[in-house]
Write a protein that binds this ligand. Sequence first.
Ligand code: PEP
Ligand code: MN
Length: 337
Amino acid sequence: MIIILRPHAAPKQEQSLCEYIESCGLKAVSVPGDGRSVLCVVGDASALAADYIRSLDFVESVKAVTAPYRLAGRLSHPDDSVISVGSVSIGGGGFAVIAGPCSVESREQVCGIASAVKASGATLLRGGAFKPRTSPYDFQGLRSDGIPLLLEAKRLTGLPVVSEILDMSQLPLFEDIDVIQVGARNMQNTELLKALSRCGKPILLKRGWSNTVDELLTSAEYLMSGGNADVILCERGIRTFETATRNTLDLSAVPVIKERSHLPVIVDPSHATGKSAYVEPMALAAPAAGADGVMIEVHNDPAHARCDGPQALTPQRFDALCKKLFAVRKAVMSCEN
Ligand code: PEP
Ligand code: MN
């Protein structure tokens, strides 16, 4: 249930309504809006007397929410959310370029790539220390040894860093990581999502390759209903009958998510296509589709990368891509304004 208060509603009245909601065993989350507050009820709203709430003079309207996501949905939060990561803002007008290697392999590798992508215009650095590989015989990442190397690249370049967590036992290692990534394989790991809802850090939540947009938003709801409003969504391709690409980039998910949710959306053309030749065209399509950023894998020596080499761009190709990407973004923005 979403309760929209009138602009003159006093804080005391809002407080008393929240207390009533809580006395029924539910949680009320207040979302400040355009001159008025919106209360979002978390839990089974059938326990509430909707007519009583409607009759209160400081309540403008009461809406039943059938979608299983209330906090992630646009209804509770009509304006786009902006997530702050250090001095970088994601969503609400900016365009994030997250770039870096699939996996952290060495100090030289991650620091070299970080300096190069920063010079090309990247705003965040990515790098996996814990790698969720399909085969147990493949490189599993440098694991705890990889995090300090990523943090060294952060200190060197000043870029905030994004890295994937696989299990809550790893959280203490992520203290200085700016954005925690939940990968496609863990999108519906509800215990992980519940635990991360209390971690106090922005989460980059990737769509599972066989999950619908509504399931992605419902996973975001796990993070948000537990208290973490800083959720960034990522479309990274879904499984279809097509085998020419590693996955099929569902670019239409971007406007669908934008319609249903206020959360920022990033497009990952690297995992979506799996082939470096296709990364640039699909990255260029992202700003035109309305995405808030892209995530691109970059490697100094793709042929010898320990993970996802075929989809990695060299720093030179990434630089050429950035020039086009910023031009497309500028063209799209100039037509909108
Ligand atoms: C990654 O970003 O390195 C990754 C493993 O992505 P995904 O979870 O989308 O497969
Ligand atoms: Mn990868």
